[in-house]
Design a binder for this molecule. Structure first.
Ligand code: GLU
Length: 303
């Protein structure tokens, strides 16, 4: 690198890669979580990197302290070690608020007042005229027109205490940023790898915050990965398409671009994605049936 001193070059070389495993404490961990956590742990060890654990507990209605305790116990049992203190998202709401304010100051955020039931009705009405577009997770795109609500009407509704969600104006955000991509060291569900083109528009006007939860998965994950200096994100293919939204938010917020490594999902005997309620693949069940950390690794092909 022309102009950089030898000291600077060696400092840059010395930066260890940073990985994170980021479970939500809304259930007990299963084999799918074990796979993701072990891949992160192994990648960190192989590369002389650091492993962080982040507790994604913004949804107060579904997250429970006993599940958080179980996460520590189960990961410890698997032989995984992580740095402390652990970051819990519920303790950092002001970081997400600051990011939201930045997006608002760019005029990319608007309040939408429809309830979930009203949204379902609107979608049904649109579908009477033909198929209504769905996001990569299969949920219908936001069908409302809150974006064009006159300012005085917004002010009146907010003053009257009407609940609302803050949504990203996707069309304005995407045209501000232009074309986007990310580097995938793993593989997407259709075999996508290497330089992957981001398609955030496929998600429509995503929710960034709700009245009862002043942030969202997309916003808090992007803010935290940047604040924690995460350089390689190893996670399941179920989040592959969400990466499009994450890249968009990173650019809008002026945050660095990490590398991504999406991995295949562990499936049950019928080929279904594991869920926190599927008993036979829960780590606790396997353990009481006599599994050892080594046998779990073997089962996952990580022996
Ligand atoms: N908290 C998310 C989950 O449990 C994972 C977030 C991520 O890895 O980006 O599915």
């Amino acid at each position: 690198m022309a102009g950089s001193s030898p000291a600077m070059t060696s400092t840059m070389k010395a930066m260890p890669p940073v990985f994170r495993f980021a479970p939500s404490p809304n259930g007990l961990l299963h084999l799918g979580h074990a796979y993701s956590a072990l891949l992160n742990f192994d990648r960190a060890r192989e590369s002389g990197g650091r492993l962080l654990l982040r507790i994604e507990d913004i949804d107060a209605t579904r997250c429970r302290p006993d599940y958080e305790t179980a996460i520590y116990e189960d990961l410890g049992w698997l032989g995984i070690a992580w740095e402390t203190p652990v970051r819990r998202q519920s303790e950092h709401l002001s970081d997400y608020r600051a990011a939201l304010e930045r997006l608002s100051s760019l005029d990319l955020v608007y309040p939408a007042f429809e309830s979930r039931a009203e949204i379902a009705r609107l979608v049904a009405a649109r579908e009477a005229d033909g198929p209504w577009p769905r996001d990569p997770d299969g949920a219908p795109l936001y069908p409302g027109d809150a974006k064009s609500l006159p300012a005085n009407e917004r002010i009146r509704l907010i003053a009257a205490g009407a609940p609302y969600a803050l949504r990203l104006d996707m069309a304005a955000a995407s045209s501000r940023v232009g074309s986007l991509s990310w580097r995938d060291l793993g593989e997407g569900p259709e075999g996508e790898r290497g330089a992957v083109r981001a398609r955030p528009e496929a998600w429509g006007d995503v929710i960034l915050a709700r009245k009862e939860t002043p942030t969202s998965y997309h916003l808090s994950v992007v803010v935290d990965d940047a604040l924690q200096g995460v350089s390689e994100i190893v996670r399941g293919q179920d989040l592959f398409h969400a990466t499009s939204v994450h890249r968009l938010l990173q650019v809008l917020l002026g945050l660095p671009e990490p590398a991504y490594r999406h991995h295949a999902l562990i499936r049950d005997g019928e080929g279904r994605k594991l869920s926190k309620s599927s008993r036979s693949t829960g780590l606790r069940e396997l353990r009481s049936a006599g599994a050892t950390p080594a046998s779990v690794r073997q089962l996952l092909g990580l022996g």
